[in-house]
Design a protein around this ligand. Sequence first.
Ligand code: IPM
Ligand code: MG
Length: 351
Amino acid sequence: MKIAVLPGDGIGKEIVAQAVRVLRRLGLPLELAEAPVGGAGYEAAGDPLPAATLVLAREADAILFGAIGGPQYDALPRDQRPERGLLRLRKELGLFANLRPAQVFADLAQASSLRPELVAGLDVLIVRELTGDIYFGEPRGITTLANGEREGVNTMRYRESEIRRIARVAFEAARRRGKRLCSVDKANVLETTELWRQVVSELGKDYADVQLSHMYVDNCAMQLVRNPKQFDVIVTGNLFGDILSDEASMLTGSIGMLPSASLDERGKGLYEPIHGSAPDIAGKGLANPLATILSAAMMLRYSLGHVAEADRIEGAVRKVLRQGLRTADIYTDGCRKVGTQEMGDAVVAAL
Ligand code: IPM
Ligand code: MG
């Protein structure tokens, strides 16, 4: 099994290093090959997605990704910025289905910014469409009007076929879980999502065993902090999913805990923590590696067919949390504060 390892920038390198140690500890026949992406790709080859990195990613059975971005790249032309590397990778590989589970580990309910009883036992899956919407819609750009004023333009658009295939992934996921699917849109204002609602409802007829509901995105943002346990699976577009998944991550105590899978039509995937490159703490050994380690577990489960090993990793993470080890982002009184390396050591030891 070939795995492309793309650590990226900032804390990406530190957290991916820990996930790689965990993977190696399993003793599976994994071939890991590393390549630069994001700012690191720009430094190495003048391109946030160097050609050789794309080839490696294409040829791999799965991709383990860290994080990209940093303030030193903010002034670059848009197509050379780190984010473009990740967005192009998603698009080039057809990784349209982004699964972002927000689960509260029993020992972390105290670390949430919400009262523990609101989040204890929470298990929500956000299914985010990842290769369409306003992220990729044309026309786009910043132009100067006849009167000299500048105007920024982006286009929100979805085709029926794009909506149907992400909705199918979500219905299938709901079928394997709590059998409830909430589709999130802004159908009261945006035609794109009016179509979204129609298409999801039509497909719902094929899934009579799944209870389908619809919710406007503003209401959903509110419901996620009011009563998050009402949700089982949420399906939504690229932009709304980006925002709601950051919000949902805080329910679990820290954005440093959330893994994700981005899958193509055949189940090949890219696995990454949902957090960014955290330039403020990069290189200090403070970052929480658990979201990346849990992403490696998702990789074993969804792309490599090693469900037992995925369970082992998740079990090891639960164990170190039970032992009271915490990186700074999930620290609460009475626990033992550890750095990136020590948290990795503990997971490896627990395995
Ligand atoms: C995410 C990130 C990316 C996105 C950025 C880094 C381009 O926020 O994966 O959620 O907006 O999709
Ligand atoms: Mg995001």
